[in-house]
Design a protein around this ligand. Sequence first.
Ligand code: DC
Length: 221
Amino acid sequence: MGAIPIIAIDGPSASGKGSVAARVAAALGWHYLDSGALYRLTALAATQHGVALGDEANVAAIAASLDVAFLEGMILLEGEDATELIRTEAVGEGASKVAVLPSVRRALLQRQRDFARAPGLVADGRDMGSVIFPEAQLKIFLTASAGERANRRYKQLIAKGEEATISRILLDIEQRDARDRARAVAPLRQIADARLLDTTEMSIEKAVQIVLDGWREISAN
Ligand code: DC
């Protein structure tokens, strides 16, 4: 068992794992890694530098030298506030494209591992428990039905004043899931030692409680 306690929370887009992971980290006073943000930042930086998202060597070079800072509630890319920009559907789509490239995933590997620092880390993504932190003491596969995830994303977009239709969002979610599951490197899947947490009919608070209970149970042994 590694010296630093790690909780790995993997799952599909819009499952709520980001909110759950951030709240679990806050409750425990641990660090939090939003690994999807690194793929989103890579896609955004590539676009800003005029690099095509399928140009593996150049996108990997951008990922390797990514100048980012994760501040309290704020993400800076090359010194500029990118917190909102990386959450757009377009950047999410781009992230899903660069995430299939093996050299991009390799370039981001150590950067993600460096987040494992005392007193502990909660990491959220697709391959936290399988590839980045296989030593994590608690692994959760957090999901919800595609319909429920589309509903949640719809509410978020409408709250931000963006235009959206449920049917379009559902289609995007299904396409992104298919791409994340089908890719050759680090595909999205529930690994054997991960606990399934289906939040289709569950509040964020309840999901947070279940993860914290799981951790207490493990750390008591
Ligand atoms: O979790 P998210 O929606 O911010 O992730 C954006 C994209 O990045 C998503 O399409 C899958 C990819 N991703 C990945 O391949 N591996 C991770 N550990 C995290 C995200």
